[in-house]
Design a binder for this molecule. Structure first.
Ligand code: ADP
Ligand code: ASP
Ligand code: MG
Length: 411
């Protein structure tokens, strides 16, 4: 197609009611007219629909088959695409809705966290040629075995970016319920800085560490395709929000700390009293990997008599499965015991200029220490520092750290 293509994505709150759906239809129509473009729109399930579906499921079983979970959760997005398309028709626009498989979104054969492998864009392009606005369900695709898969909570952002990349779109706009990417979640920290620009790498770290304004894989995909990605408000007219850019496009140099994120979805597991011999970590973590459970922070310490303790964190949603696997491994390795704790939080600071600035880690630890907040685990990377703390300290900690680094001054 020679015409330029734009991709827009609207999150759950943005399409949370019939009035909101009509407002979104207006944004779509205005964009199409103003930009004279082919328009593809990805939509999330309305409001709390996905949570409501999960709670319905919980009332039926605590042990559902993964296939049926995806079958259930994928329905939320089907409601919103149909309603948005109807709203566009009512306003006299040509539009068509597609589910993930109708839009050609092919994924891995993994339920609940599948990655997109390929998109056959032919049906989307055909509809664009007919001058229709194409409305596609976020969060879902189809596996090689023709099973419905979902991409993980918040995954509609990734659907939008992947479709934009496949269509070689000019830009992907993520419309949401905040007006920009801020230096911290504005619902938890008052007086946040509102960022005009943030680099892909910083946004990726923030997203991966709990700032749910973007799904991490959406940022990863935008970065690898060098796709301009914007976060903006579905409410404020003419809001330009935040543009995610390359490091080299940052004119005023890199910030030591650009943002702070909190992740309440982590749980800690410990295996205590295992032999301190080569190959033990491999045995523990390969079994988790086989079941697609990813591990985040890991600490191994030696207690006494050549016995070690291995502590690590997983997603809360994986805790039950991970615990079962670890119990089996503990028996096999003759370990003393295992313990788990799901009342932890991970607090992280992120900044592309961190490597060049001394004392950033010290300041973070000092701030937590001075305020009697105990650090259980630490991990560091080139542009992030994370600490595991008690969940009950999380809100206080993020506010203190945001203040200590004077992040309200950033823009
Ligand atoms: P959507 O339904 O549109 O996908 P999400 O709830 O997934 O919206 O993401 C938007 C939310 O992300 C905001 O309401 C805000 O509470 C949260 N958030 C977390 N960290 C940040 C941040 N650094 N900047 C902006 N919003 C953030
Ligand atoms: N509806 C899904 C969720 O609530 C996907 C999304 O909103 O991005 O997680
Ligand atoms: Mg989201």
């Amino acid at each position: 197609m020679n015409q330029k293509i734009l991709v827009q994505k609207f999150g759950g709150t943005s399409v949370g009611s019939p009035d909101r759906i009509r407002a979104v239809a207006d944004i779509c129509i205005e964009t199409k007219e103003k930009e004279n473009c082919g328009l593809v729109v990805i939509v999330s399930a309305m409001g709390d629909t996905t949570d409501d579906l999960i709670s319905l499921m919980d009332q039926i079983t605590d042990d559902p088959f993964d296939r049926e979970v995806d079958m259930l959760l994928s329905t939320g997005e089907q409601i919103s695409v149909a309603l948005l398309t109807m709203a566009l028709h009512k306003k006299g626009q040509k539009a068509i809705s597609f589910t993930g498989w109708q839009a050609g979104i092919k994924t891995e054969s993994i339920h609940s966290k599948a990655r997109i492998k390929d998109i056959d864009t032919s049906r989307i392009l055909e509809a664009l040629k007919e001058n229709k606005i194409v409305i596609i369900t976020g969060f879902q695709g189809i596996s090689e075995e023709k099973e419905i898969t979902t991409l993980g909570r918040g995954g509609s952002d990734t659907s939008a970016v992947a479709i934009a990349a496949a269509l070689k779109a000019e830009r992907c706009d993520i419309y949401t319920d905040v007006d920009a990417v801020h230096t911290a979640d504005p619902r938890i920290v008052k007086n946040t800085g509102k960022l005009k620009y943030i680099t892909y790498n910083e946004m990726l770290e923030l997203a991966a560490r709990g700032a749910k304004v973007l799904h991490p894989r959406s940022v990863e995909t935008a970065k690898s395709f060098n796709l301009p990605l914007r976060v903006r408000s579905s409410w404020e007219k003419n809001n330009v929000g935040t543009l995610i850019i390359k490091d080299t496009q940052m004119l005023e140099g890199k910030h030591g700390v650009t943002g702070v994120a909190i992740d309440l979805e982590q749980a800690r597991l410990s295996i205590i009293g295992v032999a301190d011999t080569p190959g033990i970590s491999y045995k523990i973590f390969s079994k988790l990997a086989e079941k697609n459970i990813s591990v985040d922070l890991i600490i191994q310490s030696i207690s006494s008599h050549n016995l070690a303790e291995v502590d690590f964190t997983v997603k809360k949603s994986d805790l039950k499965k991970a615990k079962q696997i670890l119990e089996e491994t503990a028996k096999e390795l003759n370990a003393k015991s295992i313990t788990s704790d799901d009342s932890i939080a991970k607090i992280s600071i992120v900044g592309a200029g961190m490597i060049d600035e001394a004392g950033i880690a010290a300041k973070m630890f000092e701030t937590l220490g001075k305020n009697n907040i105990n650090i259980q685990m630490i991990s560091t990377g080139e542009i992030h520092i994370s600490c595991i703390i008690n969940e009950s300290d999380a809100e206080k900690a993020i506010n203190l750290i945001h203040d200590a680094f004077e992040l309200h001054k950033l823009k």
